[in-house]
Design a protein around this ligand. Structure first.
Ligand SMILES: Cc1ncc(COP(=O)(O)O)c(C=O)c1O
Length: 452
């Protein structure tokens, strides 16, 4: 299995050939899931003592398994938060695997860590964070939010200890009621309490509402999470008014920009994020609007030392790594072994330059505005909220949840688009999450036309 044999050479050629075709294809169908019974019937048994051979295994992948996976980089994939990796980023993901890089420590992966850190520093600078801000690429926004909040609580514990005050019976984090579900997940893992504050009618969490929560819950609040682009609507909380409270209250400000913070690269949206420069930590997912493949979340601390103190693992077998001042990415989140998952984004950014990213993000915002105008213009459609970034939420007047379900299933069955139902305040709706530069206005209007 490990030697360079004729059989292994053929196998590598097969895999690279498949990858090449897939990366360069512009007409991969949307595809759709199949039932377990159907997949068992079509794929047969693939694991036995002798092996079925690489040719057969790859053929089963290509003809049975891959078609049962929705093509997430398809321009008609408009659900959840899509992904649209660049050709450079996708191709370089192969290099990361081929090179067996270890991205956890400086000792083992200095070159890879150096490049990842250059990207993190570049992002930090875009967000207005001070020199010295830094962090690590983790698996996704969920782990990024959890790791940031763990660091925040650790800082609060240390502060309480130094001040000689008792820790609260239960630590609390304040966030918008429209914050991403991963904040509640982090709270469950950390056994802390969420103070969910109702945002304004427009979905924006503002300083006055946060102030009321801080007054009510006092010193048990160790962090406030503001969202830089909510998942359902792409709404950016009023970061400046929330950050201003740091002058009066003692809390760690974390900005969850998993989806939206990338929009700061566009002059069309940059101003919406004023105040992010005062955050203690931020996240943004390159696998969302920074056009990198799954999976990568950039977690950046204003003071990386706070992350290191909270997360470094200690053991005899790790002393070689932890008894140095080297920058080891493992030290900055709840993980140890890690893929150098920031490298595909690094390679793409280095290849195409930042301006190409600014243009692609700007184009998505423009398209979102254009289709929102179209929805507003059409009889029988209601725009639920004005889009701020690339997400457009709308209702087809009179439709119940079952109507959206049937329409959405039909769209996918016909392989035209993947647009799932959503809801707001108990009312069913649907949404276009636009970020793929290959998505066109005509594709979107054709979907609207199909809604009768
Ligand atoms: C605002 C926000 N935060 C966090 C997450 C979680 O990110 P991930 O799915 O990468 O864990 C998402 C995912 O859509 C998100 O939109």
């Amino acid at each position: 299995m490990h030697d360079v044999t004729a059989e292994n050479q053929r196998l590598v050629d097969l895999v690279l050939d498949y990858s090449r075709r897939r990366i360069l294809s512009s007409d991969t169908p949307l595809d759709k899931p199949a039932s377990p019974a159907e997949l068992t019937r079509l794929a047969g048994r693939t694991i036995d003592e002798r092996g079925i051979g690489s040719e057969r295994a790859l053929s089963i992948f290509e003809h049975v398994l891959a078609p049962a996976c929705i093509t997430t980089d398809h321009p008609g994939y408009l659900s959840f938060i899509p992904t649209a990796p660049t050709k450079a980023a996708t191709a370089f993901d192969l290099v990361v695997s081929a090179s067996a890089l270890y991205g956890g420590s400086w000792l083992e992966g200095a070159g890879a860590v150096h490049a990842e850190n250059e990207v993190l520093a570049w992002l930090a600078n875009e967000f207005g964070l001070p020199d010295g801000a830094g962090g690590v690429f983790v698996q996704g926004g969920t782990l990024g939010n959890l790791s940031a909040l763990v660091a925040a609580r650790e800082a609060a514990r240390v502060r309480a200890g130094l001040a000689g005050v008792d820790q609260p019976p239960r630590w609390k984090v304040v966030c918008s009621a429209e914050a991403h579900s991963s904040i509640a997940s982090a709270a469950r893992v950390m056994d802390i309490e969420i103070v969910a504050v109702r945002p304004g009618e427009d979905g924006t969490l503002r300083g006055d509402a946060v102030r009321a929560a801080l007054d009510e819950h006092g010193a048990s609040v160790f962090a406030v999470v503001a969202t830089g682009g909510s998942t359902n609507f792409g709404i950016v909380d009023d970061l400046a008014s929330i950050a201003a409270l740091k002058a009066e209250y003692d809390f760690w400000l974390h900005v969850d920009g998993a989806y939206g913070l990338a929009a700061m690269l566009s002059p069309l949206a940059r101003d919406r994020f004023a105040g992010v420069e005062d955050a203690d930590s931020v996240i943004v997912d390159p696998h969302k609007w920074l056009f990198a493949p799954f999976d990568a979340c950039a977690l950046i601390y204003r003071d990386p030392e706070a992350g290191r103190r909270a997360h470094t693992q200690h053991a005899e077998y790790l002393d070689t790594l932890t008894e140095t001042a080297d920058w080891s990415p493992s030290d900055y989140a709840a993980h140890l072994t890690r893929r150098a998952r920031g490298l595909p984004f690094w390679f793409s950014l280095a290849s195409y330059g930042a301006a190409a990213y600014r243009d692609a993000i700007t184009a998505a915002i423009e398209l979102a505005r254009r289709i929102a105008d179209e929805i507003r213009r059409r009889d029988g459609f209601t725009l639920v909220r004005e889009p701020q970034l690339g997400i457009v939420v709308f209702e087809r007047d009179g439709w119940a949840k079952a109507d959206y379900d049937a329409w959405s299933a039909h769209l996918l069955d016909e392989q035209r688009a993947f647009v799932v139902p959503s809801s707001h305040d108990g009312r069913p709706n649907t949404r276009f999450a636009i970020l793929n530069p290959r998505t066109t206005f005509e594709q979107l209007t054709a979907i609207l036309d199909g809604m009768g």
